[in-house]
Write a protein that binds this ligand. Structure first.
Ligand code: PEP
Length: 338
């Protein structure tokens, strides 16, 4: 790959937040009103927290940023969409939800192990808790394991829950938090998800934090406001360093498990909006590095096109992650990522 000259590097900085197209410009400049319920006392509420370790090694960030700058100069980004550009390594998660038996889980692990995953993607599989140990012992690198949930604080008298300390104890590096099914079926609020995120991070477990709007919210024009309010509750609880260990998964609720995937442009629009919001509310550095996955009916047939969008840094996959061959194909759509 041809490296960018220092002039091109300067261009990257200058063009970091390009906004093309007046209609979307207007949209991005709208004044957003946020739920101002303060969660500033997160750290007090989680008094027993420890500092999380810092994950390093996004060796290809610079190269991706340079590639983006060159692409822009070549006019490949001539579109009417907002473009901010993530620079993190492509990352695909498989959320197996509450599915499987010993037999089907073993077959899935064998199928995943027999697939060839390219080096340009990080892959995280989230089996049901009861099979997590089995899957951890069967899946080979590069597969990493995530839990699908964990408790908001130290373990104790919380029947049915699993604590972040337990995940850490059994070397589970990731946890998915704030999935829409937990928000809607288990009543998890934005603030609760923020607190859970902080507690997991402080315990040394990295977080895939899910956000996304319902169909009614989208139809009411509230997509970005809803996502920003969900994000704000997390931002209020975490510090700058924590962002090295957080992946945001944008999952429109209407697209989860429905077969109704967001169009690449619909997904890109929200991802760029989220990144822009992160730039304004956290920092430019965090905004460019944080990885934003798209989730919602991603499959082997639609992944390549979605992956071409500059602010889509990977996928969180439900149904299709139960099919080893399809999931490997989705992981390898990283090759289409710009
Ligand atoms: C999910 O549950 O996170 C998800 C995206 O599911 P599906 O891919 O089945 O829509």
């Amino acid at each position: 790959m041809k490296l960018a000259t220092s002039k091109q590097k300067e261009e990257i900085t200058k063009q970091k937040w390009i906004i093309i197209g007046s209609a979307h410009k207007t949209m991005m400049m709208m004044t957003m009103s946020f739920n101002t319920t303060t969660t500033a006392s997160c750290s007090q509420q989680l008094a027993s927290s420890q500092k999380t370790s810092v994950r390093g090694g996004r060796a290809n960030n610079k190269l991706r940023a340079q590639k983006h700058a060159i692409a822009r100069q070549n006019g490949r980004r001539a579109s009417s969409l907002v473009v901010c550009d993530g620079t993190g390594k492509f990352v695909v998660g498989g959320n197996w939800k509450c599915n499987g038996t010993i037999d089907s889980i073993d077959k899935l692990c064998a199928s995943l192990n027999s697939g060839k995953i390219t080096a340009d993607v990080e892959v995280i599989c989230a089996p049901p808790m009861v099979y997590i140990d089995r899957v951890q012992s069967k899946l080979k690198a590069p597969y990493q394991i995530a839990a699908q949930n964990c408790w908001v604080s130290k373990g104790g008298a919380f029947t049915g829950e699993v604590s972040a300390e337990m995940l850490k104890d059994v070397n589970i590096p990731w946890v998915i938090l704030g999935h829409s099914e937990r928000r809607s079926l288990c009543g998890e609020t934005n603030e609760f998800v923020g607190l859970k995120t902080k507690y997991a991070l402080d315990t040394g477990v990295k977080v895939v934090a899910c956000i996304g709007e319902s169909l009614a919210q989208r139809e009411a024009g509230d997509t970005l406001n809803v996502c920003f309010a969900q994000l704000k509750a997390i931002v209020d609880c975490v510090t700058g360093k924590d962002w090295e260990n957080i992946i945001i998964a944008y999952e429109p609720v209407w697209a989860i498990g429905t077969g109704k995937v967001a169009t690449p442009d619909q997904a890109q629009e929200v991802h760029a909006g989220v990144r822009k919001w992160m730039n304004e509310n956290v920092s430019a550095d965090v905004a460019s590095k944080v990885r934003i996955q798209y989730g919602g009916s991603v499959n082997a047939g639609n992944c390549d096109e979605l992956a071409t969008k500059p602010d889509i840094d990977g996928f969180l996959v439900g149904g299709a992650s139960l099919d080893g061959e399809a999931f490997v194909k989705i992981c390898n759509s990283a090759a289409h990522s710009k």
